[in-house]
Design a protein around this ligand. Structure first.
Ligand code: SF4
Ligand code: SF4
Length: 465
């Protein structure tokens, strides 16, 4: 097929120079089928669990639930309490380094395929296309005078946009124990309504109205990615040496010295951020690969090899250097080491969360008291936390090398409600003459599933000398 059959449909009109879109014009990217378009749709599916997650039950309760009121975070069988929130640090570290590692190897691949901003924008523009048609029609509608048809189309689009935005806001809140009924029977709190409104309006504004402008001007990641990529980073790249000098080409025409780029602008027309990749790598490029699909289909039509735009590193393109194995790249090695460390710590933490926590606080004011019979008494506060979602029966004991160390009262078993901390006060008494060098006291608490020990000390006037 010839270039005659290729429709020129781009951000700017024939003859107009390409300029960085600063938001004056809405980018109406054309949708074309292709390998990377398919990958982008599959990337979108990563967000499907977000919408399904709140409806999944596990052992009689919501499988993923952030119960702020009870300060318990449930992840299937695992219950995390604020004491274990250090793991959140590990999760954040892991995600941050994973993002850096991905950027080093494949540029902004996260932005292109998985980022909620680009995924939501993709959904919103799909809705726009459904109501308003292909990019050319949308541009015409934008400048058309307001009549009943235009009002009907615009209202329909915005209603669906708002519905998606509201669904996103409510879904987020469902993870925090809010239910759909709360919104309709008036029991949702002011905080719930405010957060839902902020998230919904955020989705509506960023994905519906600002779109690529969010990626260009709001997202901090776009600004720092330059520090993470190098000449070996693989990104969608225009093969300048093969493509230039670019020029229009007529059916069956051959021009000596002309490159393979036929200047059809299809790569710009499909770009969701309005980038002309032929100008070199731009920070607006989210490496979605859609321009590769577009150019490959053009190359097919004009009978030239695919890959004028392709995933390639600058080293490969400019110096014909081979791909450097990942294990030989210092950045990748460092990122991988940190990722491994964060993942190992996290796995260890997740699989070793004790169902109970024990802290023993020795009373400091005073450290001990002398009773009328001359014996010495120490006071301890045992704080026992039940980190399961069932009440827990706990036995408390102590052991010490100190002879005749006695408790004022018999220490009984206690039942601790789920997610609660119970304080037990223990008063131990001994004569100073019975306390040798070893003044350790080891408290033991045990339930059906776990036994915990905590070492404390027994103080006497002698210990202070
Ligand atoms: S790079 Fe490919 S899609 Fe872009 S203008 Fe040239 S031929 Fe057309
Ligand atoms: S230039 Fe190509 S890879 Fe980059 S954002 Fe545009 S379409 Fe995606």
């Amino acid at each position: 097929m010839s270039q005659d059959s290729i429709q020129v449909d781009n951000l700017y009109e024939e003859g107009e120079q390409w300029v960085q879109n600063l938001g004056e014009k809405t980018v109406h990217a054309k949708r074309m089928k292709g390998k990377f378009r398919l990958i982008k749709w599959l990337g979108t599916l990563v967000w499907l669990p977000f919408f399904i997650g709140p409806y999944v039950s596990w052992n009689g309760r919501q499988a993923i639930l952030f119960d702020i009121e009870k300060r318990q975070y449930h992840l299937f069988d695992i219950t995390i309490f604020p004491q274990d929130l250090w793991m959140l640090t590990m999760v954040l570290l892991f995600l941050a380094i994973l993002l850096a590692a991905m950027t080093t190897v494949l540029g902004r691949v996260f932005c292109g395929y998985f980022c909620f901003q680009t995924v939501w924008t993709d959904m919103f523009t799909k809705v726009e296309e459904y109501f308003e048609g292909a990019p050319t029609k949308r541009r015409k509608l934008e400048v058309a005078p307001w009549d009943l048809t235009k009002i009907r189309i615009k209202i329909s689009k915005h209603v669906v946009w708002l519905a998606i935005a509201f669904l996103s806001g409510v879904t987020w809140m469902l993870y925090f124990g809010v239910s759909w009924f709360d919104y309709f029977d008036g029991s949702a709190s002011g905080t719930t309504l405010t957060i839902t409104a902020v998230i919904s309006l955020g989705a509506y504004t960023f994905a519906g109205h600002m779109r690529e402008q969010t990626c260009l001007w709001v997202c901090p990641y776009a600004r720092i990615q330059g520090a993470m990529v190098d000449k070996q980073t693989i990104m969608p790249t225009y093969d300048y040496y093969r493509g230039e000098d670019r020029a229009k080409l007529k059916k069956g025409q051959y021009v000596e010295g002309q490159g393979d780029c036929i200047d059809c602008h299809q790569c710009v027309a499909v770009c969701p951020t309005g980038v002309d990749i032929r100008r070199g790598q731009e920070y607006g490029c989210i490496t979605c690969g859609l321009c590769i699909d577009a150019c490959d289909s053009v190359m097919d039509k004009v009978g030239k090899p695919k890959g004028l735009i392709r995933y390639a590193s600058l080293d490969e393109l400019e110096f014909s250097k081979n791909f450097v194995a990942l294990y030989k790249r210092p950045r990748v090695i460092v990122y991988s080491a940190i990722l491994l460390m964060a993942l190992s710590t996290l796995s260890y933490g997740l699989f070793n969360i004790a169902p109970m926590d024990l802290k023993v606080l020795h009373d400091r004011q005073p450290l001990f008291v002398q009773l009328s019979d001359g014996s010495i008494r120490n006071k301890y506060e045992l704080k026992i936390m039940n980190k399961t979602d069932q009440p827990m029966l706990v036995d408390v004991n102590f052991k010490s090398a100190i002879g005749n160390l006695k408790s004022k009262k018999e220490i009984k078993s206690v039942t601790i409600p789920s997610g609660n901390v119970k304080s037990i006060y223990v008063y131990l008494t001994a004569f100073e003459s019975d306390v040798a060098d070893d003044n350790d006291v080891v408290f033991t608490v045990s339930s059906d599933d776990v036994t915990l020990k905590y070492q404390s000390s027994f103080f006497t006037p002698k210990s202070m000398r």
